[in-house]
Design a protein around this ligand. Structure first.
Ligand code: NDP
Ligand code: A1CAB
Length: 277
């Protein structure tokens, strides 16, 4: 396949993947990104030296230009825009171009219906730590994606983090854990910082403590074989202060609150699929 990778709709998520791949050694000359606004294209080109970034308000055929000659095309617009984008580039794809969508709620059937018959398609659910090569990227191949094509895509996504292959039926659940998950962790950091202020700490200090604690704990979790329960026990002295805090969380059933949130995220993904028809 051609080495060229097109990021069509290069916002928060696609830029994170793009960054991870460049960091992992992808040649910037092989990367093309499209957006709507010239200002955003300029920002991308400045931040990622050597890539090509094309804005639709300057070059209305930007997506077609980028798709043409690319071996891998990653659709990174909002779910509601995916089918239109897929139709827009249909005439510019080679039959071997692998088209990946990272959009939540857009099914393989919906993607395939918007692309030329036989086009290899992969539904993916990444997350933003891909920016640091520490993302989780799921892949679910469509009916026309060969095992070799799937492997090629996995090899590319390895640069963005851990690649997992899942049946499409599991993507909404996976999305509720790893796709949205970084936001839950940042929310926890926000809540910890706010709690520190309530306890009388200066705002900047509380924020520093929350950031470094979440980041440090994240590094510990990233060690091979790390077990969150064992790590938690390592902080929790019998009859100590942590035990009292965790008991308070348990009294309020924080795990049930987290389960309810992830259920709501999963339900919303299914709702998006339905709304897109
Ligand atoms: N954010 C996340 O953590 C995750 C997001 N996703 C999925 O990724 C997708 C994008 O989300 P996110 O990155 O957050 O959204 P953003 O709004 O940050 O990015 C969307 C980008 O698409 C560009 N765009 C919109 N329409 C077009 C078009 N027709 N042609 C070219 N470019 C276009 C926008 O350009 P401009 O900036 O000029 O307006 C923008 O840069 C969604 O489908 C979402 O479900 C999946 C996993 C995690
Ligand atoms: O919130 C969203 O819809 C996207 C999908 C997963 C993470 N962000």
């Amino acid at each position: 396949m051609s080495n060229r990778i097109a990021f069509l709709g290069c916002g928060s998520m696609n830029e994170a993947i793009l960054s991870g791949l460049l960091e992992a050694g992808t040649d910037p000359a092989d990367v093309v990104a499209t957006v709507r606004r010239a200002e955003r294209a300029a920002e991308l080109a400045e931040r990622h030296h050597g890539i090509t970034a094309i804005a639709g308000d300057e070059e209305p055929d930007n997506n077609k230009q980028a798709a043409k000659g690319s071996g891998l095309v990653i659709l990174g617009v909002k779910p509601v825009g995916i089918a239109d984008l897929a139709r827009e580039i249909s005439g510019s794809l080679s039959p071997k171009t692998i088209v990946v969508s990272v959009a939540v709620g857009v099914s393989l059937a919906q993607l395939e219906a918007a692309l030329p018959a036989g086009q290899p398609v992969i539904r993916s659910m990444p997350n933003t730590p891909a920016k640091l090569g520490r993302g989780v990227v799921s892949v679910s191949p469509g009916t026309n994606c060969t095992p070799e094509q799937l492997q090629q895509a996995k090899n590319v996504f390895k640069g963005a983090g851990t690649v997992v292959e899942v049946p499409e039926e599991q993507v909404d659940a996976l999305s509720a854990i790893s796709g949205s998950g970084p936001a839950y962790v940042f929310y926890l950091a926000e809540a910890m910082a706010a709690a520190g202020v309530k306890l009388g700490l200066d705002h900047d200090l509380a924020l520093l403590l929350a950031r470094e604690t979440v980041a440090g704990a994240g590094f510990m979790l990233a060690e091979p074989g790390a077990d969150p329960s064992a790590l938690r026990k390592g902080v929790t002295s019998p009859n100590g202060t942590t035990e009292r805090a965790i008991a308070t969380f348990d009294d309020r059933d924080l795990p049930a609150i987290i389960a309810a949130g992830t259920r709501a995220a999963t339900d919303r993904a299914a709702e998006i699929t339905k709304q897109l028809g």
